[in-house]
Design a protein around this ligand. Sequence first.
Ligand code: NAP
Length: 329
Amino acid sequence: MDTALVIGGTRFIGRHLVDDLLAHDYDVTLFNRGNHDDPFAEDDRVDHVQGDRTNDSALEAAAADVDPDAVFDCVAYYPRDVRAATEIFADVDAYVYISSGDAYGREEIPKREDETPMRPCSPDQATDESDDTYGNRKAEGDRAVVAAADRGVNTMSVRPCIVYGPHDYTERLDFWLDRVLEYDRVIVPGDGTNVWHRAYVEDVASALRIVAERGEPGEFYNVGDRRIVTLEEMVDLIADTADRDVEVVHAGPRELEAGGLSTDDYVLYRDYPHVLSTAKLAALGWESTPLEEAMARTLEEHEASDRDGSEYDPGRDAEERVLGILDTL
Ligand SMILES: NC(=O)c1ccc[n+]([C@@H]2O[C@H](COP(=O)([O-])OP(=O)(O)OC[C@H]3O[C@@H](n4cnc5c(N)ncnc54)[C@H](OP(=O)(O)O)[C@@H]3O)[C@@H](O)[C@H]2O)c1
């Protein structure tokens, strides 16, 4: 495969995917609306087609003009998007849909592609625009991938867990980076052993390419860090990377209550562990970046950015009240 069309490609995962494809000698074309800043605008290795992916004629025109070997779909949030794209790109060597670990419909550890059931998706959910139905819609997109593969289309799906790394506009990890950089004492909700599997963005990018090159049609591939860290280990890793001394303070629901807080006020906290098996992807030859390296690159870009994750801040005053209570125990 030599030519790739990336639907999206200028924001976060897609942006790293473009870097990865260029590093592997692909000719890359981006398809997007041009609403976001384009880091590749001046890069003459990258071609651009402007269009809205919800407009089938625009995608059809891109398919005819570019005639790509591989298509990477970073912007399919509705089953309809996947159905249309798998029709329009029915002849490509690989169409890779970015699904999500949220497509899984049962809590189990780990969640496996061929064993853990997917979420259902009703006709109303399939067109619903709220965050509540995100996982249902992603799961239905996965079913569209299987249906297309059954028709002979080379479609695959990649399911990332929570993605982090440079240019992460969600700012979820930025909150924790900022906490470690700003404070000597960092509250970690619960007992610190809580696990919400994360995926370093460059590894998601390489997973997308490897699945296009070596994946089997109709198959799903989870992607997440091979070495999973708990929330407390993640804070320690950030502190080590930033060369900061921080005291991790555990606060359970009762202690948090003193500040009017609950464990749910903390981003990347989840009661039941969310863990994706990455064995199927690793069997294709995919490897993940060592955590120390991933965190060093993430921290470096965080410090150069103006992101601070403050939208997730539970409030330092409230936390100070919790710390005050804990100090008297
Ligand atoms: N972040 C996570 O933790 C996570 C976890 C699991 C799965 N995912 C999945 O990863 C994908 C998102 O990745 P990303 O935002 O990082 O990708 P990205 O490709 O870097 O950014 C999104 C791109 O889509 C373009 N776009 C948005 N709406 C469009 C439209 N209607 N037509 C054409 N282009 C459009 C945007 O540019 P313009 O606005 O200029 O068009 C932008 O280039 C999603 O499918 C998401 O569900 C993310």
